[in-house]
Design a protein around this ligand. Structure first.
Ligand code: SAH
Ligand code: SF4
Length: 444
């Protein structure tokens, strides 16, 4: 979501005549996109602002704009920071160019955030944002031939640990025709893979159209070859989404479905509305309908009151779920959330770290098994570019660079091939595999 917002903002500034420079030292304007999901992300913003203070000492005219979730969460407190000129919430990013131009002209502080973020916007309130997405999305800013498309804003789930509902506002689905129009435009400018984004895409709903309906519609767009989507919420799962994976060759057989914990007691405290068994039942159904589906999860370790027994249940869930990979986070208490206000963040950091390492090790074993099953097979890969770690992986054929790409099932593949394959598809014969990566050669 943040990558998409950065992309949209960068394109809107390019359209307004701004050029990108490599370093803040050479910039007239510094735009800082921010995340509030964990405290660490916010700490990094504060240290970046500290760094900008040094630059601003000698160049008072430098304009610093902070946008995104932290801008919405901290509002005036952030605006008071001595280097910050502009604070702009995630729903106000279409105003950012104007705010910056005003600040460049008057050097007066500017703010645009939602004063009542949980107030449900009317469809007409979001027209500006919709137009902004349509006009500024692009297939080239993140990875060649790939684009993100938001299908919904916000979230209404209020998981007790999570700040998202308070910074991105209520859940609102975008009109399907706008989404389709946007994707057609992206396809015309070279996008081959579209990733549909929402906090809980499986609850997408617009005038009776469901997310599965949207998948069938997007699938008809010429030029788009792969459709991925993140993230799904493991409740009220519409099985037509799985059926779409079977019916539609463009819909990738990949499901990112966070569990957060394997302990029913903790899931209840997290306000997640399902048990570990109910969660596993969804995965079973997914595998019955789509036998080769790749599944990824998210876990939080060290949530309020998590005992060692609770934690072991998360490890057990990882083994049972047979994830392709999991994203594992140490619980970070977020101001304003129910957990922060009503529960005690009582698991010491040392234990959170230990559990994080332990759970990663459990997942690593499961991932290794998953990845090894590809050895000897040929997989289709959308090539991202030259692998940054190529020097570490040992080049099999010195004449060719090592390329990196991903399969439809989201496996990372490093292989020997010509650099001009970036942005295209390649068939790769897999020769070895680690927990994180498949290695191979471009097939003849
Ligand atoms: N909407 C998505 C998740 C958005 S946040 C979903 O519900 O699946 C991405 C991930 O960050 C979450 O899945 C969760 O694992 C993690 N996360 C959210 N809040 C957190 C917190 N306070 N501390 C640690 N991790 C958190
Ligand atoms: Fe946060 Fe839960 Fe909404 Fe995901 S579903 S964004 S974790 S509140």
């Amino acid at each position: 979501m943040n990558k998409l917002d950065s992309n949209l903002v960068a394109n809107s500034f390019a359209q307004a005549g701004f050029d990108l420079v490599d370093s803040p030292i050479d910039a007239d304007v510094v735009l800082v996109n921010t995340c509030s999901v964990r405290g660490h992300a916010e700490e990094r913003v504060m240290s970046l602002l500290g760094h900008l203070k040094h630059i601003k000492k000698t160049r008072k005219e430098l304009v610093v704009a902070v946008f995104g979730c932290m801008a919405q969460r901290c509002k005036d407190a952030l605006l008071k920071h001595e280097v910050v000129n502009i604070v702009c919430g995630p729903l106000q990013i279409p105003e950012l160019v104007n705010l910056v131009n005003n600040a460049l002209d008057h050097t007066k502080k500017q703010k645009s955030v939602s004063e009542n973020i949980r107030h449900k916007p009317l469809p007409q309130d979001l027209v500006g944002l919709d137009d902004f997405e349509q006009n500024n999305d692009s297939a080239e800013n993140s990875l060649p031939a790939q684009a993100f498309v938001r299908v919904m804003h916000g979230c209404d789930n209020f998981c007790s640990y999570c700040v998202v509902p308070y910074v991105r506002g209520p859940e609102v689905s975008r009109p399907p025709e706008k989404i389709i129009e946007q994707i057609k435009k992206l396809a015309d400018t070279g996008a081959k893979q579209i990733t549909l984004l929402g906090q809980t895409v499986n609850s997408y709903s617009y005038n009776g159209a469901s997310f599965a309906d949207l998948l069938y519609d997007v699938s008809k767009i010429d030029g788009i070859e792969w459709i991925k989507f993140v993230t799904c919420y493991p409740k009220n799962f519409d099985e037509r989404i799985f059926q779409a994976m079977v019916d539609l060759p463009k819909v990738c057989r990949y499901l990112h479905i966070p569990a957060q914990s394997g302990s029913d007691r903790i899931l209840k405290a997290m306000n997640r509305h399902y048990t570990a068994d109910e969660y596993l039942a969804i995965l079973d159904r997914a595998r019955q309908i789509v036998p080769d589906i790749a599944i990824a999860g998210d876990f939080i370790v060290g949530f309020c009151g998590e005992t060692d027994e609770d934690f072991q249940k998360s490890a057990e869930l990882i083994r049972k779920a047979q994830y392709k990979n999991s994203f594992i986070f140490k619980y970070s208490t977020r101001p304003g959330t129910r957990a922060d206000e009503k529960l005690i963040d009582d698991v010491p950091m040392e234990i959170k770290k230990q559990r994080n390492i332990e759970l990663l090790a459990v997942q690593e074993k499961v991932s290794e098994e998953w990845n090894k099953s590809f050895i000897g097979k040929t997989v289709k890969v959308l090539v991202e570019g030259v692998s940054k770690k190529s020097h570490l992986d040992g080049v099999d054929n010195e004449k060719l660079p090592q390329l990196i790409g991903r399969t439809a099932g989201d496996c990372i593949v490093v292989f020997d091939g010509a650099a001009d394959l970036a942005g295209g598809f390649a068939d790769v014969k897999i020769t070895r595999a680690s927990a994180l990566t498949l290695f191979g050669q471009a097939a003849d």
